[in-house]
Design a protein around this ligand. Structure first.
Ligand SMILES: Cc1ncc(COP(=O)(O)O)c(C=O)c1O
Ligand SMILES: [Zn+2]
Length: 368
């Protein structure tokens, strides 16, 4: 049976909708033992739920699914280098956040929750709202008022109550946390069940690469929920004896908001508050990542690094991907700009996986 675990003060809690953090203030992790029965996996339909025994939902009746996942792994060339990209904008809500939302909202359903609250830069809110609609769970989604209109309309379309907050992303999180004193908090950054959905990124890559591990993952970091999920996935596969190694984890941030880059370069154990500037990459404009310490540990443990990209590089990467047939949002283009930077120092035979996290239609106004 799984349990919540505080990596700061080593306390355990039974998994439940509240409290959403440890009494010491830290985020919580989930202790869980997955299984990977390959023969069964191969017989199932191509959704992320094919890894059923590795997803911590007890009853199949609780599973809230929109047939998400098992996204294509496409080979793309950049300056003569071959890279494999997970096309994660092909999720039902147009971003990879559905990986986490399908599992977290299934857990909320299993717990018998009737209403949740979440805060987001837009995409996580859309994903939580969609799965709540399917689960018949009421939800309030808090977003900064500057969020792309496409994402706001999408959240409303799923029947969620939209709470637009004046001020920063951090102010938005504060308001949601106040509400979370009374309503279960379906937070993608605090609740570890979200990471036990995003970890399916690793399982899919493993299967699509003929049950092997790539050398390097180049992924975005805002709160780092895909980054940490991918690490947890490969760690679980490694601990279960299914793969021999864990990939090098390389994170990408915007120059305008790079708390991880700063902390990594300075050799700090924790991120420190930064002053963020405007960026078109709204999804990774996170000045205070909840799991900053954990992200730094993962980057150091795997021999990874953090790269930063400018607004000009983000726009350039977005145009380049369009010309390759992929219309992605600027946050997603930031990862590709980082990938291109990484390729300049690539080792000869390194297998690199990256991702397209968000659909371009979500933020056309900002592009205009
Ligand atoms: C399209 C897209 N890519 C990447 C990210 C970054 O995700 P995270 O904050 O979990 O690192 C986000 C977050 O909102 C996003 O919307
Ligand atoms: Zn604690």
């Amino acid at each position: 049976m799984e349990r919540f675990f505080c990596p700061n003060c080593q306390r355990f809690y039974p998994p439940q909708p509240t409290p959403w953090r440890c009494d010491c203030g830290s985020f919580l992790d989930l202790e869980f033992e997955p299984r990977f029965p390959i023969k069964k996996i191969l017989k199932r339909s191509s959704t992320l739920w094919r890894y059923r025994e590795a997803i911590p939902i007890h009853s199949d009746q609780s599973v809230i699914s929109l047939n998400e996942g098992f996204t294509p792994l496409e080979e793309i060339e950049f300056n003569g280098y071959r890279v494999l990209l997970k096309i994660d904008y092909l999720f039902p809500t147009g971003s990879y956040k559905d990986r986490g939302a399908t599992v977290l909202i299934s857990k909320m359903k299993e717990w018998g929750v009737h209403k949740v609250v979440e805060d987001s830069s837009g995409n996580a809110g859309s994903a939580i709202a969609a799965y709540c609609a399917k689960a018949q769970i009421e939800c309030d989604i808090y977003v900064p008022e500057y969020t792309s209109p496409g994402k706001l309309i999408q959240i409303r379309a799923y029947g969620a109550t939209l709470k637009k907050i004046q001020g920063s992303r951090e102010k938005t999180a504060e308001k949601a946390m106040e509400a979370a004193s009374k309503i279960p908090y379906a937070s993608h950054c605090w609740n570890p069940f979200f990471l036990h959905g995003t970890k399916t990124f690793a399982f899919e890559v493993w299967e699509q690469m003929d049950w092997k591990t790539p050398d390097t993952l180049v992924l975005p970091i805002g709160h780092g929920t895909l980054f940490l999920g991918a690490y947890i996935g490969f760690k679980e596969l490694n601990q279960a004896g299914m793969v021999k190694k864990i990939p090098k984890m390389v994170g990408v941030q915007s120059v305008a908001c790079a708390p991880l880059y700063q902390a990594f370069e300075e050799g700090w154990r924790e991120t420190r508050p930064i002053e963020k500037k405007e960026t078109i990459a709204e999804g990774i404009a996170i000045a205070e990542p909840v799991r900053g310490r954990q992200l730094l540990e993962v980057i150091r443990e795997t021999g990874g690094e953090v790269l930063v990209v400018t607004e000009k590089e983000i726009k350039g990467a977005q145009k380049e991907m369009g010309l390759k047939g992929h219309f992605i949002e600027p946050t997603s283009a930031a990862t590709i700009a980082g990938l291109k930077k990484y390729l300049r120092k690539k080792r000869r035979k390194e297998t690199i996986i990256s991702t397209l996290t968000g659909m371009g239609l979500k933020s056309v106004e900002k592009m205009l």
